[in-house]
Design a protein around this ligand. Sequence first.
Ligand code: ADP
Ligand code: MG
Length: 706
Amino acid sequence: MPETTFNGNSVPELFGSNCFSNAVMRERLPKNIYKEILAVQAGEKELTLEVADVVAAVMRDWALEKGATHYTHWFHPLTGLTAEKHDSFIAPTSDGKVLMEFSGKELIKGEPDASSFPSGGLRATFEARGYTAWDVTSPAFLKQDPTGTTLCIPTAFIGYYGHALDKKVPLLRSMDALSKQAMRILRALGNTTSKRVLTTVGPEQEYFLVDKKYFDERPDLLLTGRTLFGSMPAKGQEMEDHYFGAIKERVAAFMRELNIELWKVGVLAKTQHNEVAPNQFEIAPIFSTTNVAVDANQLVMETIKKVARRHGMEALLHEKPFAGVNGSGKHNNWSLGTDDGINLLDPGENPESNARFLLFAAAVIEAVDRYALLLRSSAATAGNDHRLGANEAPPAIISIYLGNALTEIFENIAEGKPLTGSSVKGKITLGVTSLPALPRDVSDRNRTSPFAFTGNKFEFRMVGSSQSIATPNTYLNVAVAQVLSEFADKLEKASDKHAAIQELVKESYSKHRRVVFNGNGYSEEWVREAERRGLPNVRATVDALPVLVQKETVDLFERHKVLSKEELESRYHIYLERYSKQINIEAGLMVEMSKRAIFPAATSYAAELARDAASLAALGAVSAPQEKRAKRIAELASELYDETEKLEKILAEAQDISDPFAQAKAYREKVFVQMANVRSKADALEKLVAKSAWPYPSYEELLFKL
Ligand code: ADP
Ligand code: MG
């Protein structure tokens, strides 16, 4: 078993040892400088170069003590991954030696060559300049690997003219927007103590592990992250024996090291377990402020992959690596809290907190209904298309699970009826009478809802496992900010606040209750019912993306200063292009695998069987089965050949389309559809050809052998 690097340290000693956290800053920075940093983090002050110089020097010393030789501005380009360019700390002296230097300027601003990152037309390639700016609210950390130790500084990535080129800038802007509107509500409700409202997120991350030796023999896993071929083995996930099952020793050793690595950089890794599909697992952290959670989740994904390799495994973060068993998602647990510790989505125990809760919950419900398309688009990727609205996955309909108790409360408010329940008597006036205690939903209530209320937070479950959670949270924040702003407009004017809350909740819920659904979200009836309710069901990414450039969206984002029209358009184009490129790679590889490996293997095997049949016949032995099977394989191989040729032709046609939307449409409606035809022939062949003659490891090896 590979050794883990506890080095005799306890977990509290280990935790954050590679993280330049506030605790480290408090200890090492001069008091006045630390205070300045806190004010900058709280958005109360601008960072000055003098302060940055002091922090940079302290950060450098800290990093050098821990063996760092390089630093990097770590950022989130629109690829959905993170990017880094390493610079060493060396600075030459006049006598031919070097010093290790790091200035405030280098800390707060970097200028990576930005030309190769997607900009969607915001930045022509000849105007390659973009810069990265330190995000003071997310702690710097050290990455240690065999090549050395690097100081990573979380940064935002901005174009020369101030355009957002990454996922962090709009996220930070959306957090500000939400805070501003939520604070208006809190002030109107008489809160005088809270200063800010923060969104908090705890993302549950699902992934698969496969043995590296099988992975290496699957070009599809290597190049696309999912299997393009593979017939189901006799056993799948039907026995339900994997979920929460005992963790295999090899996996447990991996998880142990994963936790240690994450703890070292200050990620609050908390929960781990086997997931539903074979060889599928989950890790969940304790929640934190959204932008810290986003950075942490990127680290989680990266670290899962890195540590898996050390254990002779590959981690698959793709949303649907295998047909026939569950895909992987990322459950984005999301809530709203004040800087002084009030969870605004917690019903609480007194009339005041009940009223506040109902108001904020109503705002979320309304936002999810009104901006369902936007939220849907935040989870739209080629990979997630296999999960949402495909034949073996949840539908792409956005609905909210509230649970029966809360639904009844909202329904009664909407109908102006007295609330039922032992602790409420008579007609409720919000803010005066207490709600019946809401059951704090234990365990798994409803796993089929894409947006579920879970006691003191909402869980957005549509997000794909390989995605950055920045975008879903950005859209969610903006949508809720808009509804809160409308609520605040009314509330601020009202003289009788209780009556106003009552009216707001009533009006909002009556209008948006159609989005609430507590039943089985995976059932056929729900798809029909949702259609009757007029809820959108957008199955494909290409159809989910255009909402980004619709007038209503542009107005929304511009009003809250989160993204401009230009920035939205650039994102729309980047996402369309990424979608097309992804399918293009998959289809190209499919042709390659089919023609150069599967077809030859199948035909050789058929010929071998035919030769066997002839030899057997010469002996006067039974040869009919060999002959029959050889014929069937030859037939299927010929069909595979035809379908593959057809795919090649369709692919070439799609590649020739120049309009990005029309092209993405062709990839979805022609290429993607034809890929299924190629696959079905190959998978049928896999069942007929001898295992020893098949060119690729099977699902059995990939899913069960660890
Ligand atoms: P449940 O089992 O009800 O889903 P857990 O406590 O297991 O609840 O939490 C699941 C995830 O939700 C964890 O990552 C957790 O940190 C996160 N979470 C809990 N409370 C909040 C909150 N207020 N805001 C955001 N995420 C939260
Ligand atoms: Mg959960």
